[in-house]
Design a protein around this ligand. Sequence first.
Ligand SMILES: [Zn+2]
Length: 180
Amino acid sequence: MQRAQTYRYCPQCGGPLALASLKPGEPPRLRCGACHFVLYLDPKIAACTIIRVENRIVLLRRAIPPAYGRWVIPGGFVDVGEAVPHAAAREAWEEVRLRVAIGPLVGVYSYPQVTTVVVVYAAEVIGGRLQAADEALDARLFAPAEIPWQDLAFSSTRDALQDYLRVDAAALPPLRPATP
Ligand SMILES: [Zn+2]
């Protein structure tokens, strides 16, 4: 989580930043004492995909903090100037080596005190082969009944999967019997 205190110097001139009340009713802002530049702390945008392969969903185990070792849908931060759906498809390739076509928006997820806004799309595989790649310990397909709800990385992971399954449940084909 970003905290205002972590930034001490002005990115424009190197002068000292200090919290200042600029408008009533708004939080204090970091302002440079030398050039008066105001550093606004904006949210970061993450773009993610729920990739369905037949009746299962792609999850990967995170190989980096935060939430090291927990399961998450493929996704990552949008680069400045990059279209959000493009970032979602790029991350799917980087993390699980699947080429995907981006489908409908599942939802946009944000929470108090959390500095990342998560945009989640449904996606379909158009190429590649599932494997754990960048920042992933493992990558697997999960039937809805197998999703490790207690071991998911983030609130947004849980909420997006719930929203996706709620809307899509009627369309999901019945599960295949487990093979012995
Ligand atoms: Zn300055």
